[in-house]
Every structure is written in C-alpha cells, then in structure tokens.
Design a protein. Structure first.
Length: 75
C-alpha cells in the first residue's frame, strides 16, 4: 500500500509539472537563466552547465521527498 501511495503522489506531481509547462510556460522561463548557470557558445559548439538551476531543483526535490516522508510516515 505504501508503494502505491508514493506512485500516486509522484504521478500527481508529474501531471502538475506537465500542466504548468503546457498552459503556463511563463512560470518556468527563468529556469536555466539564473545567475551561476554557465553558457559558452563557440563557432560550432554550445555548452550549457546549469549549476544554479540544478541546485534549486535538487533543493525542491529534497523538500518534496521530506514532505512526502513526513506525510506518509516513516513506517
């Protein structure tokens, strides 16, 4: 039962993110353009290293997992 609850919550989160990207793209236009994200463009190459964006995404994922663990309990 616990695994089913986790799968349902993950599915709801994925649907919410997909809906935000589909119907409100202005909510995520800042992602990848934060200070600390590295953009290097050469004549034939492009390098993008989203350091700050990935740190922010990691923090958000950690908060979601922490909230899920405290909500569903540590059984």
């Amino acid at each position: 039962m616990r695994a089913g609850n986790v799968v349902m919550v993950v599915g709801i989160v994925v649907v919410a993110i997909g809906a935000a990207l589909r119907w409100a793209p202005w909510l995520v236009t800042w992602f990848g353009r934060l200070p600390g994200d590295i953009h290097i463009e050469g004549q034939n190459t492009r390098i993008f290293v989203p350091i700050t964006s990935m740190l922010l995404l990691s923090l958000l994922a950690s908060l979601i997992f922490y909230a899920g663990r405290s909500f569903f309990g540590d059984r």
